[in-house]
Design a protein around this ligand. Structure first.
Ligand SMILES: C[S@@+](CC[C@H](N)C(=O)[O-])C[C@H]1O[C@@H](n2cnc3c(N)ncnc32)[C@H](O)[C@@H]1O
Length: 273
């Protein structure tokens, strides 16, 4: 049986070969995009990985695939779409096409508008078994709807009886375009995703004690945020140079977690942190 809460310095296909079927609750990952960056010369076999991900994902489990396209000879490659459609063809549901919008994108001044988003394809094996939606405040909370909301009108757009005095609720589910500043959690890796991105997917699609996998672990963002959110985790990273960064980051996350527990237990005081 594969050991959990561990990063494997090997190809993700080797790690997944050790996993039984229906093993992982949530995968969150971002593969190399169209060889846009050369990660120490390593490449990957997308179709084999996608099929293995389907096998190891539990029924109701989710894969969040964060990806963008390279522009080659003046055209975007469309690889992101092709990958999403391939996932569908092998049995995944394309549960949601989400976007990660980079608030502080880097201007490159091409002959097109600046690239400020990446796709976050949320794929599920059957109906997702877990969804803990993040809620946001409604801007017009408390104001009268006069029965004119999607749920309160009939097919002729006439307010349904009994809803004319309803008020806009305080909270609603967050939308599927997430604006996140591109803060690199640590130095030494060219393409980390923001900690908040990993954090928000982990809390949305898994529960405490679940098993989270990142087949392209990079600098270890998924492992760190899994530890901080009391999830179990497994990672694969082919480059030993990046594995050193992962180990360091995991060590710090466990220390942070230990301090948090000590603080809760009252064994240390806040000013000792
Ligand atoms: C886009 S980066 C992931 C970054 C990560 N999300 C983070 O926050 O740091 C992709 C990573 O996949 C690794 N990689 C490429 N092919 C791989 C393979 N077949 N198996 C495991 N890792 C691989 C690369 O070395 C690189 O570090």
């Amino acid at each position: 049986m594969i050991e959990i809460n561990k990063n494997y310095n090997e190809s993700n296909l080797e790690t997944m070969a050790k996993m039984p079927d229906n093993f992982i609750d949530l995968t969150i990952t971002s593969p190399p995009y169209d060889n846009l960056r050369n990660y120490n010369g390593y490449s990957f076999d997308f179709e084999k990985i996608a099929k293995e991900l389907y096998r190891v994902t539990k029924q109701g489990g989710v894969v969040v695939w964060v990806v963008g396209d390279a522009t080659i000879k003046g055209s975007e490659t469309g690889t992101s779409f092709k990958q999403a459609l391939f996932f569908k063809s092998i049995g995944f549901n394309l549960h949601d096409t989400m976007m990660y919008r980079k608030i502080n994108y880097i201007p490159l001044t091409h002959n097109r508008y600046e690239q400020e988003f990446e796709y976050m394809f949320v794929l599920s094996k059957g109906k997702p078994k877990t969804f803990n939606p993040i809620m946001v405040e409604c801007k017009t909370k408390g104001s009268k709807t006069n029965g004119r909301t999607f749920y309160q009108t009939n097919s002729q757009n006439i307010p349904t009886e009994g809803h004319k005095n309803d008020a806009v609720k305080e909270y609603k589910q967050k939308g599927n375009v997430w604006e996140i500043p591109t803060n690199a959690g640590t130095k030494g890796h060219p393409a980390q995703f923001p900690e908040q991105l990993a954090n928000d997917h982990i809390i949305s699609w898994s529960n405490e004690g679940d098993l989270v996998y990142d087949p392209f672990m990079g600098s270890g963002t998924t492992a760190k945020m899994s530890i901080l959110n009391n999830r179990n985790w497994i990672g694969s990273e082919i480059s030993s140079e990046y594995c050193d960064i992962i180990e360091e980051r995991i060590k710090k996350a466990w220390e942070e977690k230990r301090k948090e527990k000590d603080l809760q237990a009252g064994t240390i005081f806040g000013n000792e942190m």
